[in-house]
Design a protein around this ligand. Structure first.
Ligand code: TIU
Length: 223
């Protein structure tokens, strides 16, 4: 049964059986001091606002037996999957693979690489490790979605204009209908957050839809 989500630029027809909540990179490395986001010179406290709204949608998605997928940006301990261009970019003192207060920056298995406790995956929820910004690049995300008959994605996580937007664009070109949670995403730059959301739904939905988490929750209440 499909339900109607009040969204921009117009209503989104959500079919929970064919939809997945994709929570992007809600890792300590981005959200907590001493991680990758911090090493890039950002105020990581900017990202905390999206945790509560994501948690609320996550609880509803689980209650409604929707597929929930988590992603983590990171690299193998030997950095074999890290492009030199990504490693070298920027003039930062601390780089990917270097030791930090939460372990080696953006490396699989380190404390900083883990998803924050508030949004921890539970058994049965696929966790996708991705070396790039987009969740489809060099991962099995598309295979998992197609195998489950998923055609719609609700996108949440960080950062709005980087990994969320890259994934939105990748998903759009692969034929998935996407809705971005406006309060379930965040950026180190508030104006980039706002413009990334505008870009997503401009031109009558060039990439998809945008809505607050509460709109998704109230629509799902009818299922
Ligand atoms: N720097 C920044 O805004 N984002 C990233 O590096 N990765 C993600 O967005 N996950």
């Amino acid at each position: 049964m499909s339900v109607t989500v009040q969204a921009r630029p117009y209503e989104f027809t959500l079919n929970p059986q064919q939809a997945a909540l994709v929570i992007i990179d809600m890792q300590r490395d981005f959200v907590e001091p001493g991680g990758f986001g911090d090493a890039l010179g950002n105020d990581v406290s900017q990202l905390r606002a999206c945790i509560g709204p994501i948690g609320a949608v996550l609880a509803t998605a689980r209650a409604k037996n929707m597929l929930v997928i988590h992603t983590r940006e990171g690299h193998r301990p030997d950095l074999a999957d890290l492009h030199g261009s990504k490693h070298r970019r920027g003039r930062f003192a601390t780089r990917i693979g270097d030791a930090g207060p939460m372990g080696r920056i953006l490396v699989h298995g380190e404390v900083g690489h883990g998803i924050i406790a508030e949004l921890s995956p539970i058994p049965g929820e696929p966790v996708i490790d991705k070396p790039g910004k987009g969740a489809f690049y060099a991962t099995d995300l598309e295979t998992i979605l197609r195998a489950r008959g998923i055609t719609q994605l609700i996108l949440a996580g960080v950062t709005t204009e980087v990994c969320v937007h890259t994934t939105l664009r990748e998903a759009n070109d692969r034929g998935f209908e996407c809705l971005v949670l406006e309060d379930g995403t965040a950026s180190y730059f508030p104006e980039f957050h706002r413009m990334a959301l505008e870009m997503a739904c401009a031109q009558d939905g060039i990439f998809g839809w945008v809505a607050p988490g509460a709109a998704v929750i109230s629509a799902l209440a009818h299922t």
